[in-house]
Design a protein around this ligand. Structure first.
Ligand code: AMP
Ligand code: MG
Length: 489
């Protein structure tokens, strides 16, 4: 047995809480190590905010732990959940390749953060899978978690990424990898569905009580606590989805088992950021119907919230459930409008801005304008707009729009320079386009992890332009449109 700095720090909160319920909620699982492990990347900023020093993070004993070696003083567990996949009830799923080592108390409030390994071998919920994750998908998850965090969007985080000599069979044999995923919670909508549809309202209540105790302890004695819990799921989901839409993020697999109860973005698979603005964009190659297309995400999230809310029927009246769900649309729209107004450099959203925003988006869609690039360039908007006009074939139409826009920005009590600065804080120079991840993956598969490092650096502060990453602030190369990504690998 190897000693490790987590040894006295990790709590076994979930394990202890549900111990008496046996394996209704989880199974104890022993991680399986990757052979001859090596670091791909360490996220020192996240480590620091978790109270883990750089030395501790890089310690050889931590390389072993993070690459799946067993430390027999931890009760590592995998959780069971169910879910709706592509609108169909899928029955029992669960952590098929995720193992939670424990929870780390963080900061003065000792808030607990789950420390989890993704890709550390089979669990009782692996079904036909091998419990592994390939390097390629792990790099995507690692980078995108931090990119989303950098964009200010609620998400699970990624502490480190390891690989080694273990091969996994996909279409070819690929290197295995493990991401250490860190989150305030890994509880999904599908956890509630699991107990609701197995006719076990007692466990639904136990789960709700656990979440309230861990995340919302102020409500513990509040008679409306279950209403508040469902309401908080609705509101936090609405906010996260509004943020996704504002940065052009497409999740790709918005099944109810991939929806976090805290509204965090979770389970990065075939995600994609928009290059050209295309509302019908489908990032998941296996999503033939486009159920999870970019423009469908807000309504799919509500569909998923309905599925979650159904599971609260043993805790709440129908009227309370309906009341929670009805708050979604307003919450979503009010976040979306506020963010879009900010992207346009408007101090406040007013009703007439809806037209201004919509006209712009329609023009961008018709002319296939690059979403991220255009908004970043819009930060430099002035009365002479040659460079912006050049994005459009129908320049006259753009000129008409920019006349209205100019009037709107000039009507505010805000100088050009201040507006520009404010806009640069909300319009990123960089998002994780698929081709960027692809570049980093190609290099990493040849043993060069420097591109992963560069992308981590630029994406965690995506509003700062960096000369060394100039090419990533521009249009994607032609081959980018050929990239396809589909479900778990
Ligand atoms: P996903 O589409 O990644 O959200 O995965 C759906 C379900 O399949 C979850 O229960 C995963 O844990 C499981 N799963 C995905 N890939 C694997 C794998 N390689 N081995 C075992 N289970 C997996
Ligand atoms: Mg999943």
């Amino acid at each position: 047995m190897t000693t490790h700095f987590f040894r006295n720090r990790l709590s076994q909160n979930f394990f202890d809480h549900f111990k008496s319920s046996g394996n209704l909620f989880y199974s104890s699982v022993v991680p399986q190590p990757i052979d001859n492990p090596a670091w791909v990347s360490c996220n020192f900023d996240l480590a620091d905010s978790l109270g883990i020093s750089a030395d501790e993070l890089q310690d050889p004993s931590n390389l072993l732990l993070m690459s799946g070696s067993h430390f027999d003083d931890t009760n590592s567990i995998s959780l069971v959940y169910s879910g709706h996949q592509f609108g169909q009830w899928a029955g029992q799923l669960g952590d098929g390749r995720a193992i939670t080592l424990g929870e780390l108390p963080v900061g003065e409030s000792s808030e607990l953060w789950d420390i989890q390994l993704k890709g550390a071998g089979k669990t009782p919920y692996s079904r036909f899978g091998d419990g592994r994750a390939v390097l390629r998908s792990s790099i995507r998850e690692y980078l995108c978690s931090e990119a989303m965090h950098g964009l200010g969007i609620a998400t699970t985080r990624a502490l480190c990424l390891t690989t080694g000599e273990t091969g996994v069979v996909r279409e070819t044999i690929e290197p295995a990898a493990i991401v250490c995923r860190v989150a305030r919670s890994h509880i999904r909508f599908g956890h509630f569905e699991h107990f609701h549809y197995s006719n076990n309202p007692q466990s639904v209540k136990q789960l709700a009580d656990y979440l309230i105790g861990r995340h919302f302890s102020d409500w513990s004695d509040n008679p409306k606590r279950y209403y508040l819990l469902l309401q908080s799921c609705v509101l936090s989901t609405a906010k996260t989805i509004a943020q996704w839409q504002s940065v052009g993020f497409c999740h790709g697999v918005m099944n109810t088992d991939n929806m976090s109860i805290l509204g965090d973005t979770i389970d990065y698979g075939p995600f994609g950021f928009l290059d050209t603005y295309d509302p019908g964009f489908i990032c998941n190659h296996s999503d033939h119907q486009g159920r999870y297309s970019f423009q469908n995400q807000p309504s799919v999230a509500l569909w998923n919230l309905n599925a979650l809310a159904t599971c609260f029927s043993s805790l709440l009246d129908t009227s309370e459930i309906t009341d929670c769900l009805q708050q979604y649309e307003n919450e979503y729209l009010s976040h979306y409008r506020q963010i879009m107004a900010k992207k346009l450099g408007l101090l406040e959203y007013t009703q007439s801005d809806e037209q201004l925003i919509n006209q712009l988006l329609v023009m961008m869609a018709n002319e296939r304008v690059d979403y991220t690039l255009f908004f970043r360039k819009l930060c430099d908007f002035s009365e002479q707009n040659q460079s912006l006009r050049d994005y459009f074939i129908d320049r006259d139409k753009f000129d008409l729009w920019s006349k209205d826009y100019l009037l709107r920005v000039k009507a505010q009590d805000l100088g050009d320079e201040q507006r520009q600065q404010a806009m640069q804080q909300v319009n990123p120079a960089y998002v994780l386009r698929n081709y960027m991840a692809q570049d980093a993956i190609k290099a990493a598969e040849n043993g060069d992890f420097s591109e992963v490092e560069l992308l981590l650096t630029i994406l965690k502060d995506p509003f700062v332009s960096r000369p060394e990453a100039e090419k990533y602030a521009g249009l994607p190369p032609d081959w980018a449109s050929e990239i396809t990504v589909s479900c778990s690998s």
